[in-house]
Design a protein around this ligand. Structure first.
Ligand SMILES: Cc1cc2nc3c(=O)[nH]c(=O)nc-3n(C[C@H](O)[C@H](O)[C@H](O)COP(=O)(O)O)c2cc1C
Length: 491
């Protein structure tokens, strides 16, 4: 058995030889192609049909001219790869490209040479059938064209950010989940504000309800909280077997400053929570553990790059948090982010940021999202764990009263200006100290944030009353149906 270090040396020795081998095969294929081209040109000069050499016909000249250009270009790539290799530099992309281009150009030139020779192309005496046979193997060995294309697509284009998400995600999942809902809405989990009562109200009104794990004081308290939610949903299901409650969700913050992550995850696994919403980047082990019991993992994201990382970790759904969203907010336009994500992500996609009416939910779906992801709209619900003053402030305020600052947690979050002022702070002075890093411990650098300084998104202009969640959700459903009807009329 070779030792690990001996294996490393052996592997690096083998890998080291692959690129020059590709360069060598490229040169071989190009040389064969050039030989075939020379023979084709000679034959075209000498072969006379209807009193003139066939080489005078454009139909003969042009394909050969094209072959010459392709062979020359492949040769340039080959010499480039060789130069890089000789200089001790990384030449994987160039060596692979040289092998691909050289073999293709050589093969095409040989075929064109046979075509130029006509029936004589098969005659041994003209040698071009031999060249064609010999060049064919260079398209297959030492590496196939398909593997080279995979290498360039994955290693070169991905690194340069050209391919963002390689058509990842399961498109059937969103439809299956939507079929269990009255309206395609996922409640945004809200620190402090989400309560068991709010989640139960959301789920029993057939949208997905969500709560942050950190809303429970400890992992043991989270266990009790989830028991309470499950009991509430089970009671509803018994009384309404035809209208069963929607699945519920728990939010986990996957950040190293979240000391509770491991313990909370254990509770989520024990309860087999149907949907885990992960903030920041979902680590693969969380995704794997939730998948093991058949649960789903959605990850909130604020950029295409962030989405890619999550998709690679195997999450089932993405939540695009766009400009104007409450809590930790995004800064991208939903039009830009959804269009970029939908170019390659086929799985469930939820959209958030100021969605607070049925019309906006339909708008989100028209843009390509499967679900609206709504937080701030529920802040003024009776079931929300928000002080009455907070509820009233949300009902009174609109987008002009919402400010964004990264000063409390290190990343941009939305807060209500009147609540900042009520705590003796100047909203204009809320700028994160340079070099300070993100922290979610104690709600961020300032423990007052979230508890005394209240967060809400720019969509709160739609909130005018403190009311039960059932009323809010009922209104969303009516508006959604109304908007659908209006669009049907337009069409
Ligand atoms: C008060 C408040 C607290 C929030 N806390 C969390 C949280 O703990 N975890 C999380 O993933 N998102 C949190 N969010 C963000 C929401 O889940 C959701 O992304 C956002 O509210 C959607 O935008 P909207 O407010 O415009 O509807 C919070 C939002 C608000 C308003």
């Amino acid at each position: 058995m070779p030792t690990a270090s001996a294996k490393r040396v052996r592997d690096s020795y083998i890998l080291h030889s692959l690129n020059p081998e590709r360069v060598l095969i490229a040169a071989e294929a190009i040389a064969i192609g050039q030989d075939a081209l020379r023979r084709a040109a000679k034959y075209a000069r000498e072969r006379v049909v209807f009193d003139r050499p066939i080489g005078q016909n454009r139909g003969i000249q042009h394909p050969l001219a094209e072959n010459w250009m392709y062979l020359e270009s492949a040769w340039l790539m080959t010499t480039r790869a060789a130069q890089l290799y000789d200089a001790g530099q990384n030449c994987g992309a160039e060596a692979n490209s040289a092998k691909f281009l050289g073999a293709r150009a050589g093969h095409d030139a040989c075929w064109q040479s046979i075509a130029t020779h006509g029936g004589f192309g098969y005659a041994k005496e003209y040698h071009v059938e031999r060249l064609f046979r010999e060049v064919s193997v260079t398209r297959l060995a030492p590496i196939t064209e398909q593997l080279i294309l995979c290498f360039i697509a994955e290693k070169v284009l991905t690194c340069q950010g050209v391919i963002e998400l390689a058509a990842m995600g399961n498109p059937a999942l969103a439809a299956a989940l939507r079929a269990r809902l009255r309206i395609p809405v996922i409640g945004g989990p809200m620190l402090i504000a989400s309560s068991a009562a709010l989640v139960i109200a959301q789920c029993t009104n057939e949208m997905i309800g969500a709560i942050p794990a950190l809303n429970a004081r400890s992992a043991a308290a989270l266990d009790e909280l989830l028991c309470e939610i499950e009991a509430g949903l089970a009671t509803h299901d018994q009384a309404n077997p035809a209208n069963r409650a929607a699945p519920y969700s728990v939010n986990l913050v996957a950040h190293h400053t979240n000391a509770r992550l491991e313990a909370d995850l254990a509770v989520v696994l024990a309860h087999q929570v149907p949907l885990a919403i992960v903030s920041l980047a979902a680590p693969r082990d969380i995704v794997g553990a939730v998948h093991e019991y058949g649960g789903l993992v959605f990850n909130d994201i604020i950029s295409n790059r962030h989405a890619r990382k999550c998709a690679e970790a195997g999450v089932d759904g993405l939540i695009a948090v766009c400009a104007g969203a409450g809590g930790h907010t995004g800064n991208m336009s939903p039009f830009a982010l959804v269009q970029e994500l939908r170019a390659c992500w086929r799985g469930p996609l939820a959209l958030s940021g100021c969605i607070a009416t049925g019309q906006s939910i339909l708008g989100a779906r028209a843009m390509g999202a499967d679900f609206a992801y709504i937080g701030s709209l529920f802040l003024a619900n009776q079931e929300a764990n928000t002080p009455d003053d907070f509820k009233q402030m949300v009902a009174r305020c609109d987008s002009r009263d919402v400010v964004v600052t990264n000063c409390f947690t290190g990343v941009d979050a939305m807060f209500l200006r009147p609540s900042i002022e009520a705590n003796g702070l100047d909203p204009r002075a809320l700028i994160r100290a340079e070099g300070s890093s993100i922290s979610i411990a104690d709600g961020g650098a300032n423990p007052k944030a979230w508890r005394d300084i209240w967060s809400a998104g720019q969509g709160i202009g739609a909130v005018r009353h403190v009311e039960p969640a059932a009323v809010t959700i009922g209104r969303l459903c009516e508006e959604y149906e109304f908007a659908r009807g209006r669009i049907r009329e337009w069409i």
